[in-house]
Design a protein around this ligand. Sequence first.
Ligand code: ASP
Length: 339
Amino acid sequence: MRTTSRHRSLTRMVAAIGAVSLVAACSGTGGTGGGDATSYPDKNITIVVPFSAGGPTDTVTRMLAEPMAKKLGAKIVVQNVEGAGGTIGAGEVARADADGYTVLMHHIGMSTAPALYKKLGYEPTKDFEPVGLVTEVPMTVVARKDFAPATFQDLVTHVKANANRVTLANAGIGAASHLCGLLFQDAVGVKLQEVPYEGTGPALTDLVGGQVDFMCDQTTNTSGQISSGKVKAYAVTTPERVKSLPDLPTTAESGLPQLQVSVWHGLYVPAGTPQEIVQKLSDALKAALADQGVIDQMAKLGTTPVQAADATPQAHRAHLEEQLGTWAKIIADAGVEAS
Ligand code: ASP
């Protein structure tokens, strides 16, 4: 990834991210393609996660797979197709049969990739049918446990003084952690050595192992490491503190209000999937998000399911379109691109 004029434009990125919300609106989804809607599902369904196992997207998907499978009456297999900030897995689903048996769980990266990648191989609004929004997850700034800075303010001072030595992990170019890392560097005014992984899973493993210094990632996977003391936590990137991590200050409280970002997730099928199948999947998603076990698990990991009205194709499409516009402008202004 290359960046130019980052200071000016990434500050606007923060403002835009801060303004993002899950707003329901009406817009139709198409869908005339293959697949027998009446008998659906009569075989296993695969949900592709475009990041490695053990990361936030994977965690959210595995949480929902069982209650969704119960509602659908079919087995759900979760498959990790990682690489290139989620674009490899998303591309595979875009090219899959539009029969409802190949589903994609993706995050905010669906709306940032078209602006970041010159050759993407898919168009989010043309090549997919949105099924429903899932959740929006706060991010945390965490470090290896023996990293010197004790507080977020110390971290800022430390990276300014040691910019050429500090390493910043992310889950791939265009991943949410990558964008959060860019925001951090922009807000602080430093350029650090970035270390990309194929998902949060391996990035966090290296952070716990002390191979990289710090990173920014979702509470779904950092919460456990924070509470077990395997990583050092500095701040949450939301305007309010996160209930499950009450002692962790916000970035705003810590003097960096520009650093605010949370990560939304959504479920997709290839374009052309029959409307009845999309609806069956959306109903299963709604049922899973209302499952008390899912609600409790999400709460422990610092997040909540979206309202039922947002777990619909219409709300998801509206949100995706709004986010594509928002990020296209922010990323173009920032001069950021994946190479
Ligand atoms: N949390 C990752 C990101 O930074 C992706 C993942 O592994 O789920 O986008």
